[in-house]
Ligand binder design. Sequence first.
Ligand code: ATP
Length: 364
Amino acid sequence: MTQIALSNLGKKFGSFTALAQMNLTIGDGEFVALLGPSGCGKSTTMNMIAGMVDPTEGDIRFDDRSILDVPMSRRGVGFVFQNYAIFTHMSVRENLAYGLRAQGVSASERNRRVNAMADLLQLTPMLDRRAAGLSVNILQRLAIGRSAVVEPAIFLLDEPLSNVDAAFRSVMRSELKALQRQFSQTLVYVTHDQLEAMTMADRIAVMDHGKLLQVGTPLEIYNNPQDVFVARFIGSPGMNILEGTIASSDEGKLVDLASAGRSAPLALSDRAASQGLPEKVLFGFRPEQVNPDPNGIMALPVNFVERIGARTILHLGGDGIEAKAVLDNQIAMPSIGDILRFSIDPKMVRLFDPVSGIAIGGDI
Ligand code: ATP
């Protein structure tokens, strides 16, 4: 088990900054997801940890040792890419045993570990089949097993599930979590899929445009996004963000949301109250927090009704405003063209600065 510490880590390709001043410590045995859209610098960060790319600034330490001068082959890191690297002329068993053989592990111990890994990843029935004939799903599972079986102290996975089909991806999410629990490796997982990050990671590091925006547990990031980009990126659908103006009422400050109505009086934290509010704010609320309410002081027309099984997503909006509501199917569902009146629990409202995009007062 190894702790990874990235300090002021940066990478430039010519004059282009792929990663700027990243500070992140990943604890012994922790599962951290680097999450962000394409091009945000996730793989560059991962490749620097693995030793495939040299940083242009900063340091990477494994426990208390800088590893910048340690070649990739001696960093003790297992790496699985989006495109599996499997020896297709070998059997599943030979692929799984490959790294153990290279390490000089005895035949009996090799067999024991190969069989245990095959069992964990449901590869036992095909142990003696040649890899060449296997499906993409199975090959990716094999690639993960082949890297994991040597029990590297650090396991790096770069979008390992992006080429497998949706049903298999869901199975693999729980298998990967079980694998990591069993071996207690420090695991860094690159993904652009917030669901993968939310379901597997102990903590998520959200990145955009070469910058680390927020690090926290899945629930911390979901409940208290510190940045409007994070608020929109996390959740399916992401947080609704409406432009608003702070107004006063007898019961306290509230947000005027133009044609969408007005918010209930804000439940401001001491921090937000003492910090003071700008005149204009971004008003954030999760689609799951929309409470249909005939007496609600917020209202938006229904543009589209998207049924997704147990729940329905209402697409709301008009006059340049867009929002979504996720409702339980138990209620009478409005139709396209209806006006949905609703309320939002003031404790669940998040405010952001419209200029910087940063959350106002942390959690309000
Ligand atoms: P993706 O999921 O698309 O791989 P990512 O978040 O992993 O995205 P990176 O691969 O780290 O992003 O790339 C970050 C930025 O750095 C991108 O704009 C990419 O084009 C650029 N980049 C990466 N490698 C190089 C390189 N060798 N030379 C020049 N630019 C590069």
